[in-house]
Design a protein around this ligand. Structure first.
Ligand code: ADP
Ligand code: MG
Ligand code: ZN
Length: 626
């Protein structure tokens, strides 16, 4: 709910409250008074005077009032007078003396009076509560509607998204065509006795367009789309998730043919056993069980197709993947070069592009980018064009946009002094290691402008082609490049800095996977030592409990060995090309940014001329080597 609406609602209920108060006041003053206190009010002294004068006929003493009437006279509607009672101990004596019949009024009020006395104070509360209740059940959110499915709010929307909005998912699209045909004309399938899968699971990395594809499937078929995320099932109140599932299916059946889409289904569909190990989340289990029951419960070909998406299929409960449930999996992979071109075309459709923009080249230099990344780049580029008040989006905008997406926004304050020097050597180390080592991606750009993501500098490498398999040699080279920055620090300053922490993390991760997942350690052999995916939930260090302490020690040893070798390798390379290191670092300190081409050129120059490149003042800085 947007704040504006909330404010409006606040004003609304304030209004009701005022009305309620007004009503109470009216009751009190206009209705109660005349009804119950219709006597003429006099002072106590008046009463005493009348009493002594012998005018009083009859007295009735109440809790705080004295009611009396005068002989041969009728005032007011009832002829009664009343006086507020004063704490007068002689009142009885006085009455006896005046020989006036008197009585005490019982404290209990009349039934109606008593009831109203009780109910009335609560009336405003009741009124307020009633309006809040009404508001909430209308809004569909809030305490009163917990059990109701959130899908209700969208009422099975027609998405209007077509496959022309989705690029680079050729195979997935083909698989989904069948579902679309079915949703368009269920009778054709039913006549031939063909049973369609009830559930389709879209599997792929984040940002590859799974959600978009599901919407496009509904859009192409022109059927209602019930959208839900897995986490929205698992609410804070127990029992709600299961109720949600039930409610959702009920609604969907009424709207068939339609699509139910459960995004990020791993939130509910996690393997039950592994979840139980962390202490059990019975709420999630109940929800999952209800989902399974519902999927089994409705006959095939009712026209409801359930789609779900996940980027972690391996942690899903096997029961979800059984026939009759999500038995069809559609892989949505990272886009290939032609796919990226398609996606870029889609997202630049409405942009005025400059002549020099080559989407082909952009597609070429963005391997590993997801559809969401590319959409982001296109958007960033147009924002940059707007900022510099350009007429159209240029290639330079795109280049900068890629950098932003990869490295984060540039910070404006430049580094200075010792930090600047150290960062320059660090990045130069990465860049030259990448340049000299085999099987590495070419350097695209090196910068020592701090990024918003917290890096002090960065070396950007651009793969030349899409990578499906990576060889062991290549992994080793990559590790050496990752350690190139640290190696340069050791070589030039004699000590490493904290700046290499992130490099170490990445390099250790690669080494760990080489040993435990890819079987690339000769001592441990081609065996998987890593825990089965999803088992990390068990919270045990190392993940697997069935490994002997010796094996675990050996894994650690092998990882350490791999990292150490990589470190040696980059130290070697940089030692051999120290002139280039000083030169690149010097230029970086001066200009903050160097292109990959310039680095290649500098490296070749230095190699050809030996040590003769003017090292500038940095030439003297060669400290002890590690
Ligand atoms: P996922 O669900 O796989 O994480 P999304 O479908 O949410 O990814 O994608 C996020 C956004 O990225 C989409 O709204 C769209 O703008 C863009 N996008 C992702 N993949 C594609 C694609 N294949 N074609 C066009 N746009 C895409
Ligand atoms: Mg998604
Ligand atoms: Zn680094």
């Amino acid at each position: 709910m947007d704040p504006k609406r909330k404010q409006k609602q606040m004003k609304f209920s304030m209004g009701y409250m005022l009305i309620a108060l007004l009503v109470v006041w009216l009751f009190n003053d206009l209705i109660f008074r005349p009804l119950f206190i219709s006597e003429t009010e006099v002072t106590y002294s008046d009463f005493l005077r009348d009493l002594e004068a012998g005018k009083v006929e009859h007295v009735s003493i109440g809790g705080d009032r004295i009611l009396f009437n005068l002989r041969n006279e009728s005032t007011g509607k009832t002829g009664l007078r009343n006086a507020v009672r004063v704490d007068d101990p002689q009142i009885v004596e006085r009455l006896l003396k005046a020989k006036v019949p008197f009585e005490a009024q019982s404290q209990a009020k009349g039934l109606v009076e008593a009831l109203l006395g009780w109910v009335l104070p609560f009336l405003p509360l009741l009124v307020i509560w009633y309006f809040f209740y009404k508001r909430m059940s209308e809004g569909g959110a809030g305490v009163m509607s917990i059990g109701k499915s959130k899908a209700q709010e969208i009422h099975g929307e027609l998405t209007g998204i077509k496959f022309s909005n989705v690029g680079g998912v050729g195979e997935a699209e083909v698989e989904l065509r069948e579902i679309i045909d079915y949703l368009k004309e269920p009778s054709r399938f039913n006549r031939l006795g063909a049973k369609l899968p009830k559930g389709v699971l879209l599997v792929g990395p984040p940002g590859t367009g799974k959600t978009l594809l599901a919407k496009a499937t509904a859009g192409e078929a022109g059927v209602p789309f019930f959208f839900l995320t897995g986490s929205s099932f698992v609410e804070m109140f127990v029992g709600v998730g299961a109720a949600r599932v039930r409610d959702l299916f009920e609604q969907a059946k009424r709207k068939a043919p339609c699509i139910i889409f459960i995004d990020e289904i791993d939130a509910i569909g996690q393997a039950r056993s592994s979840v139980a190990a962390v202490g059990g989340n019975s709420e999630r289990e109940n929800t999952l069980n209800q989902l399974l029951a519902e999927m089994d419960g409705f006959a095939p070909n009712t026209g409801v197709v359930i789609m779900a998406a996940t980027n972690r299929p391996e942690i899903l409960d096997q029961a979800l993947l059984r026939p009759g449930r999500f038995d069809r999996q559609v892989q949505v992979v990272l886009p290939s070069e032609s796919g990226r071109l398609e996606i870029l075309r889609i997202h630049t459709r409405e942009m005025p592009l400059d002549q020099d923009v080559s989407l082909e080249r952009l597609a070429k230099v963005t391997p590993g980018f997801s559809g969401a990344d590319l959409a982001n780049i296109a958007n960033e580029a147009s924002l940059l064009a707007v900022r510099r008040k350009g007429e159209s989006v240029t290639m330079a905008d795109f280049d900068l946009a890629i950098e932003r997406v990869v490295a984060g926004l540039q910070r404006k304050t430049p580094l200075s002094g010792e930090v600047r020097r150290k960062v320059a050597y660090h990045e130069a180390g990465h860049a030259l290691a990448a340049h000299y080592l085999p099987h590495t991606d070419p350097v695209h750009k090196v910068s020592i402008i701090p990024t918003a993501k917290g890096a002090l500098g960065y070396t950007m490498q651009m793969p030349e082609e899409d990578r499906y398999l990576i060889g062991e040699e290549e992994l080793r080279s990559r590790m050496a490049v990752m350690l190139g920055g640290r190696a340069a620090e050791l070589l030039v300053f004699g000590e490493a800095t904290t700046g290499a922490a992130n490099d170490l993390e990445r390099v250790t991760e690669v080494a760990r996977r080489m040993v435990t997942e890819f079987g690339m350690s000769s001592r441990l052999g081609p065996v998987r030592y890593a825990a089965p995916a999803g088992m990390y939930l068990q919270g045990m260090a190392g993940g697997r409990s069935d490994l002997s302490p010796e094996t675990i020690a050996c894994i650690d040893e092998e990882i350490r060995q791999l990292v150490k070798e990589s470190q040696e390798r980059s130290l070697d390379i940089l030692r051999k090309h120290e002139t280039a290191l000083h030169e690149v670092s010097r230029i970086l300190q001066e200009e903050e940014i160097i292109s990959g081409e310039r680095i290649r050129w500098i490296a070749e120059e230095c190699d050809r001329n030996g040590v003769s490149v003017p090292g500038g003042k940095n030439g003297n800085d060669v400290g002890g080597t590690a």
